[in-house]
Ligand binder design. Sequence first.
Ligand code: NAG
Ligand code: NAG
Ligand code: NAG
Ligand code: NAG
Length: 551
Amino acid sequence: MKLLEAIACASALMPLAAADWQFKSRTDLAPPRLNITIPATKDVEQGYLFVAPFPGQWAEPQFHGPRQEAPYIVRDDGELVWSGYTYFSIWAANFQKARWNGQDVLFSFEGDHNPAYGHGHGHATILNQHYETIRELRAGNHKLMDKHEFHVVDEKTALLQVYQPVPKDLSRFGGSAEQQWIVDAIFQELDIQTGELLFEWSSLDHVSPDGKFIFILIYLSNLLIGFLVEAVLPLNPGQAGAGWNSSDAWDYFHINSVDKDTAGNYLISARDACAVHKINGTTGDIIWRLGGVRSDFELGPNVKFCFQHHARFVEQSGDEEIISLFDNSAHGTENHRGKEVHTHPFSQGKVISVNTATWTAEIVQAFQPPDGLLAKSQGSTQLLPNGNALVNWGSEGAVTEFRADGTPIFHAYMDSGLLGEGVQNYRAFRYNWTGLPTEEPAIVAEKTSTGTTVYVSWNGDTETAIWRFYAITDRFGSRAFLGETARDGFETSFSLSGHSYHSLAAEAVSAAGRVLTTTRATRVEGVVLPLYEPENGKLDRGTWVQAVLRG
Ligand SMILES: *[C@@H]1O[C@H](CO)[C@@H](O)[C@H](O)[C@H]1NC(C)=O
Ligand SMILES: *[C@@H]1O[C@H](CO)[C@@H](O)[C@H](O)[C@H]1NC(C)=O
Ligand SMILES: *[C@@H]1O[C@H](CO)[C@@H](O)[C@H](O)[C@H]1NC(C)=O
Ligand SMILES: *[C@@H]1O[C@H](CO)[C@@H](O)[C@H](O)[C@H]1NC(C)=O
């Protein structure tokens, strides 16, 4: 094969990160187009949406899910604020805002993604308000950080978790001599600045499948699933791995979230135990279990959850503790591999009150999906300052904001048309955010039939209120003011009549009237006018400027 043919062949097989002509000033960007089925009412909480949608594993992934999978900050009307495309390499998820060392930061998991097992190996990347990387944090103790959790505590430390494959005799769980690998679900607390490991907890130390505890037979989905301690998915047939090798290790517990309360105790969500555990922050002992086959609480109506995500402490007073979580009630892989397990017809965001005097748990509020969505993987429930809740439907690629009473007041799918099919999003959040990009704004100017239109955008900027436009009147950059317009969304356009603007620039002005930045000069496409040359020009500069502005 000749070299050129080889190159043509290789590029035909490559999924292209195709641009889609949404912005004149940024033809390179192709952010997802939200499919908003319930437009935001005035009751939604203030702030932007933080999402990181990615495609499902279709036969032709380039045609499904976002063209440019990445973290995004978007408005309720779907308008782009920041495209994080190429800011994180490989694969990114769990994109959030946090406060660290007294400053507002963004963070995201970035790394390798294994959708068949729902694991990821990578690190957390922290950006400042200028979208510059200021820290990368890896797990401690020579372990690989997983994608599910990164949670900043007290502006100083981070909670994260690790799926550590370890060899073990699994014969009592129906394993053959070759099925020897189990996942030790570990979580860690680290100092973000120094990386120092402050606390580490291992599921195999506390939730043992060794037979130290009672063995329980349970029925699920009319399926006899085996002899286990807390695990809901048995070793065989292997929905959570069948232990044949380290990448197929049996994920009997699967921690997917970690939180810490003011008393220093932890809350973990163990998806494959269908339970949330409170852990003593000093000893690592289990204080209580909510849900699953060994619940310490009697569950009131609609408290029961399974395969849940994102358990968070909400508040505590006396014997009562309030927690929130996302109840998937379904288990399946992100790439449709293997059999799905369902425990309820639809997923729900839940706020649950547990009482450690009466050992009962009651539902405080459930948030039910507008389209009966059942998320077989992923998901989150964020309680907002005004009492609303933002629920993200994981594998279903949708997000809903609810009023405190459970009424949906905003619902959107993460992309539209074919790209909306199979799109997924691990977690979604709403935050206020001030973005001050260091990169310069992008500007283009186009000739139209009646004049000239200028387009300007500044990826990630939240502060520009007005764009001012100028004609560049000589090669030294002298400028003449042409007009101004309120900033629209990601891209703002400004139209001028007449064709003779040779070179234009724009200035970003804040709501307080401060000039934030000035673009470089852009030549108007299709117009060629000589630059003002004072040394050999016949026109004096003033006359030349008049001629340019008159057109
Ligand atoms: C690990 O085991 C799984 C399940 O049997 C198999 O599909 C996979 O190819 C194995 N991987 C390796 C690296 O042997
Ligand atoms: C955690 O363990 C310590 C040491 O045994 C004990 O003093 C403390 O009361 C425990 N905390 C809770 C909330 O059980
Ligand atoms: C938006 O989502 C709804 C509900 O899933 C679907 O019926 C509709 O076709 C979608 N529209 C677009 C443009 O993708
Ligand atoms: C954003 O800021 C406003 C004004 O301070 C506040 O009311 C709102 O709760 C904040 N939104 C979020 C998501 O924190």
